[in-house]
Ligand binder design. Structure first.
Ligand code: FPP
Length: 258
């Protein structure tokens, strides 16, 4: 009897979710959603588990969020999985975080293929352990023809380093005559960033109650709508993504105009 009630509740909730998804799809959804997935450590601590248990649970949420984002017609989902500053964490935690892309892609690549998801990565690849890099590069190669959602992992990514590198590259191109200094504008500057192939995020989500950007896409987020939630990333559910998008759909974006 208890199981029947549980099943009824589950089915009922998911039909509620389905209705919400259909309503959301009637209005424009953000093309590019970026997420700072925060709170894995606190989620684990609350359960007296090691921090890596939080990261593992967080990985499962990546899968579900990707699936829903694809279903909603979001074009790009950028996930902040590891920052250039995260190397400061204990080696055991860093080692574990570097194993997660392999585990995720090893398990879910067939599903991502089936769902037509294209995997990409932005960040400094050369500093990643070879096993991490291989897993990511294989996924990028295998999914390159897919034209559904772009799942863009920010891995060993830092926005200030990205901007400095862009400036160095621009100076070089000016020196060698590839670029005329006078033609440098916001559009051409953007083409030197790791996101050159992508539109700027329309919506930024950060979980866990922290209200900061932590060196994430500082240039690209200039006109992005922000949504912060106290939910810890491992607890982030479809309903939270839907809530963020509903709020986004009710905002007025003016891009500096009136
Ligand atoms: C921040 O939480 C989270 C990270 C630094 C890692 C995020 C990684 C995942 C969610 C898994 C990624 C999965 C793939 C497939 C690459 P925190 O550890 O800083 O949490 P805390 O602030 O509560 O300590």
């Amino acid at each position: 009897m208890l199981n029947k009630i549980k099943l009824w509740k589950k089915e009922n909730n998911s039909s509620e979710l389905r209705d919400r998804i259909e309503q959301i799809k009637k209005l424009p959804v953000p093309d590019h959603v970026a997420i700072i997935m925060d709170g894995n450590g606190r989620w684990a601590k609350k359960r007296a588990l090691p921090r890596i248990a939080g990261h593992h649970e967080g990985m499962k949420v990546v899968r579900k969020t990707t699936k829903l984002a694809n279903e909603l017609g979001i074009k790009v989902l950028t996930l902040y999985a590891f920052s250039t500053e995260n190397w400061k964490r204990p080696k055991s935690e860093v080692d574990y975080l570097m194993k997660l892309p392999e585990e995720f892609l090893g398990t879910f690549l067939p599903e991502l293929m089936k769902e037509n998801v294209q995997v990409r990565m932005m960040g400094y690849r050369e500093e990643l352990p070879i096993h991490t890099r291989r897993a990511i590069e294989k996924a990028i190669e295998d999914t390159k023809e897919n034209d559904g959602l772009i799942l863009n992992f920010a891995l060993n990514y830092g926005s200030r380093a990205e901007i400095i590198d862009a400036v160095k590259h621009i100076l070089n191109d000016c020196k060698s005559g590839i670029l005329n200094e006078k033609s440098l504008d916001e559009h051409s500057f953007s083409s030197y960033l790791m996101t050159s192939q992508l539109a700027d995020p329309d919506l930024l989500i950060r979980t866990s109650g922290e209200i900061r950007l932590s060196n994430f896409m500082l240039w690209q987020l200039a006109y992005t709508e922000f949504w912060f939630t106290d939910i810890l990333w491992p607890d982030f559910k479809g309903e939270h993504l839907l809530e963020a998008i509903e709020i986004f759909q009710n905002r007025q974006r003016r891009f500096g105009g009136i």
